[in-house]
Write a protein that binds this ligand. Structure first.
Ligand SMILES: [Cu+2]
Length: 164
């Protein structure tokens, strides 16, 4: 560990007691909104990509996630997958998602997810994909999705987006 890392660690340790809900590395917090573990899958340029993350309202007022933007794809929308009679389908979520104080929304395989239509570049393992979350009141939160392999065994929907 070099001197800089030690200094950073010391600063972190000193500031930690003031922030009992301190976010882990790779998480984001702006005002009363916390974003945890944003990730996406490896993909080739031209394919449709996905985005997964947890958005938590750690503030005192309801917040509404209106949509998402990214320079990495032609368009980006919120989708919801569901199972009915053994058939899975997905639809675009319009009108936004309201998150009550203390509540969270999980974007995860098989449920809510972000759909990145027409990726401009390939997404390689270990890379980052920039994303902007748009909330009510004009608030925007810039985050990076980290490109991860995910957990195929726990993800029966893994192949769904290939022909979406
Ligand atoms: Cu989708």
């Amino acid at each position: 560990m070099n001197r800089f890392a030690l200094a950073a660690l010391a600063a972190f340790t000193l500031s930690a007691p003031a922030f009992p809900n301190i976010a882990l590395a790779g998480d984001y917090r702006v005002g009363g909104i916390e974003v945890r573990r944003p990730w996406t899958r490896p993909a080739q340029a031209g394919m449709n990509g996905v985005g997964y993350l947890t958005v938590a309202n750690v503030g005192a007022k309801p917040v509404k996630l209106l949509g998402v933007e990214t320079p990495a794809a032609s368009s980006a929308t919120i989708h919801q997958s569901s199972m009915a009679g053994g058939v899975s389908s997905m639809r675009e979520v319009t009108g936004g998602l309201t998150i009550a104080p203390g509540a969270k929304i999980e974007f995860a395989p098989g449920g809510y997810h972000l759909m990145l239509m027409g990726l401009k570049n390939a997404q390689a393992l270990g890379g980052k994909v920039p994303l902007i979350l748009v909330f009510d009141g004009g608030r925007k939160m810039k985050i990076d999705l980290s490109v991860e392999a995910g957990a195929p065994k726990a993800d029966p929907m893994a192949g769904i987006h290939m022909d979406h």
